[in-house]
Structure formats: C-alpha cells, structure tokens
Design a protein around this ligand. Structure first.
Ligand code: ASP
Ligand code: MG
Length: 406
C-alpha cells in the first residue's frame, strides 16, 4: 500500500473554489492508486481572525482557551474538504487531532506531538477512503485540546507521515519550492530540486519561512521523505533529502543565501575581564526572555574587554535598557547599539569538504564595499552582520559570485 500524506496550507484552501480544486487534485491522485491522508490548515486569515477576536475580549487570554478557539479554524476546513470529496464520489472522513489520537504534551499554544495512534486511519484507507486530518492540533493526556504553534500543520503532516510510514509527505504551499534565495531580491534565484534537511533547518531558522522549523526537525529525526511544492502550478517542487557520505562529496558548495532583516546589535564596552562577565551581561538579557543570536567577545586589552551581541530588533529597547543598567554594576565604560543591521548567511553542506567559501564571501563583500560588522560560522554556515541598507546589494553580489543561478 502506497500511503502518501499531502498537506495544504491556508492559501491553498482559502476559499470554496480552492477547496474544490484541492478535491479534484486528490481524486486524481487517488485514482492513480495513492492512499491519501490529507492534512489541512485553517482557511487563510482565519487563525489571525480568531486571535483578534480573543484579543478584543482579553489582553491576556488563557492559553488553554486559545487552543480551543484556534483549533476550530482547521475543523472548518476538514469538514468542507470532506464534503467536496463526497461530491466527487469518495467516502472521505474528516478527523480532528483528538479523534485520530494525536497525543501531545500539555504545553498549550506550542505543544509537541508525542504519539499518534494511526489504527483508525489505516482502517479507513483500507476501505478506499481519503482521510482528512486537521493540522496544528492534538490533545494532551487529559483530553485538553492543544495546538502546535503557528504554522504547526506542517508538523502534523510530517508526524502523520512518520506514524504511517508514508512513502512521501508533500507540503503544498503558495511557492513552488525552496529557492537559492528570495526571488524578490534576486530575480535569477533558482528553485532547488533537492536540499538536505540540515540545510533546510538552517535556512528556515534564518527566516526563509516556507516550512515550520519544527516540522523539518521532525522529518530529519524520522527520515521522512518530504517534498515542498506549489498547489497552484504543476511541478516537482523541492525534495528534502538526508545526507550520506556519497551525496556530501558531490554537494554544491552553497545551497542558498538566507537573511534576516530585523536584527539589532548591542555592545557593552570596557568591562573588567573577570570570569563570569559574559554570564553577568547575558544572564539579565535572557531573564528578559530575549533570544540572543551572534555573540562576540573581543580579545581583552589591559584587562578590559567588550562584549557585542545581536537580538531581534523588537527586543532592542528592552536590551538597551538592561545593558545601560549594568554599566555601573560591572564597572564598564559605556554601551553602544545599532538597530539598523541585518544578518546574511551562506548555507551549504558542501562547506564541510571544501575550503575557500569564507574567502570568496569576504572578497565579494570587500569588492562591493560592504562592511562586515560581525562574523559567525558553523559547520555548514557562514553568517555576517552588515548594515541593513546594504543587505540586498550583498545578497545579489554573493548570489552571483557563488554562481547560484546556474
Ligand atoms: N492555522 C495555523 C496557523 O495559521 C496553523 C497552520 O496554518 O499551519 O498558524
Ligand atoms: Mg504554513
């Protein structure tokens, strides 16, 4: 039996016409012999509309009730899609997360899937039914409705595919795959036919938000064959693969360029360089629930050092305040900040086996007169912090230098 999981996002089921189009597509696949489990999101805009309603009633709505509320969005779509399938002659069944036993932990609004009991789905599939499952939701041990965080239907689909040992998990969305970079900035950006899950994780955590990051982590853990493709036009999309030795030898140097605009940089200067300084500075920042990204400590000079780090731009005011308040306490000189920076990263598993990537990157930026403010690297990624005003120029120049359009 060839079980396939297909997931349709909000825009793909955004109105009755789109739902009918999805139903036609599913009937074709079913006729071609695929046993289909379909995961759907809420119709586009619906989750936001529900959040807005709750916010009109309470400024701090309970997470439990928010989950009860938000899960209704997906419940609407599963019923409508099933009706569209009935009209086309398939005895489809829709299920909420709880009904097909998508068991999660009890962390409302960002629950994690622990277990799926797929027996009921398998029975339906064996009877020729298309099974339609609500994305983004589950139930905890006590039967409370939970949701998986924004964009969580992707994770439902991947988890479903893992539980059913599906041949493929196809995520249909409003773009036709994963690109070398944002085509709005580089019109020559190219759709990748394949990308490793590891690269995909780097790209999605860097703001290339095609899939929920957690869904890629899940896919990576269970080696789920995952494909991203457009629900609006035909095509192969991009296949997410799992690296082995043979593929890494032939891997392209760079798969993509990711960037994040809304970043800010803070520096505390002239701190006496004792053990525990980084902790004393970054502890209070973390207590303010801010996620610090790149961190840089200068080599100390005459017993004093500087510490620079980046944070999401929206957290800049809070962080600046925290840092200013530390100057006296730590006997530091002063603080500096800049909330007009951006982060740009080259990502590629090919970096593991080839040298020279950093060199070409820095040369290209130098040739284009773009100043690098901070650098950080990992095994398959090199990131630089630059002025946001120079970001688009930098992305275009690097795309060309690494011949990503080819
Ligand atoms: N409807 C939820 C959201 O808008 C989940 C999803 O679409 O994946 O975030
Ligand atoms: Mg989505």
């Amino acid at each position: 039996m060839t079980v396939i999981v297909e997931k349709f996002g909000g825009t793909s089921v955004g109105n009755v016409e789109r739902i009918n189009a999805v139903a036609d597509h599913l009937m074709d696949k079913h006729a071609a012999g695929e046993q289909l489990v379909v995961v759907v999101s809420a119709m586009s805009g619906e989750t936001n509309r529900l959040i807005d309603l709750a916010n009109q009633i309470s400024e701090s709505p309970s997470h439990r009730e928010m989950d009860v509320l938000l899960s209704t969005g997906e419940q609407v779509t599963i019923a409508l899609l099933s009706l569209a399938l009935h009209k086309r002659g398939n005895d489809a069944r829709s299920y909420t997360g709880g009904q097909v036993s998508i068991r999660t932990d009890n962390v409302h609004s960002r629950a994690r899937i622990q277990n799926i009991d797929s027996a009921r789905i398998v029975r339906d599939l064996e009877q020729g039914r298309i099974v339609v499952v609500a994305g983004f939701q589950g139930v905890d041990e006590e039967g409370n409705i939970t949701t998986l965080g924004r964009g969580g239907s992707d994770t439902t689909a991947v988890a479903m595919a893992a539980a059913l040992n599906a041949q493929e998990c196809r995520i249909y969305t409003d773009v036709d795959g994963i690109y070398t970079t944002d085509p709005r900035i580089v019109p020559k950006a190219r759709r990748l036919t394949q990308i490793t899950a590891e690269e995909m994780l780097e790209l999605s955590s860097l703001g290339a938000k095609v899939l929920q990051t957690r869904s890629v982590e899940f896919a990576n853990k269970y080696r789920v064959p995952l494909r991203v493709l457009s629900s609006f036009e035909a095509g192969e999309g991009t296949l997410i693969t799992y690296e082995d030795e043979s593929t890494s030898m032939e891997a392209p140097l760079i798969s993509g360029i990711a960037f994040q605009r809304d970043e800010a940089k803070l520096t505390i200067r002239g701190i006496p360089d004792h053990p525990g300084v980084a902790h004393k500075v970054l502890g209070p920042i973390s207590d303010a629930h801010v996620n610090v990204d790149v961190i840089l400590q200068n080599a100390s000079e005459k017993g004093f050092t500087d510490l620079t780090f980046t944070v999401p731009r929206s957290d800049y005011p809070v962080c600046k305040k925290v840092l200013d308040s530390l100057v006296d306490e730590l006997d530091a000189k002063d603080t500096r900040g800049d909330d007009t920076i951006a982060k740009l990263s080259l990502v590629g598993v090919g970096m593991r086996s080839h040298s020279g990537v950093a060199n070409l990157m820095f040369k290209t930026l130098a040739d284009n007169n773009i100043n690098i403010q901070m650098i950080s690297t990992s095994e398959i990624k090199i990131s630089v912090i630059i002025a946001e005003a120079e970001l688009e120029h930098a992305v275009a120049a690097l795309h060309q230098a690494f011949e990503l359009e080819k």
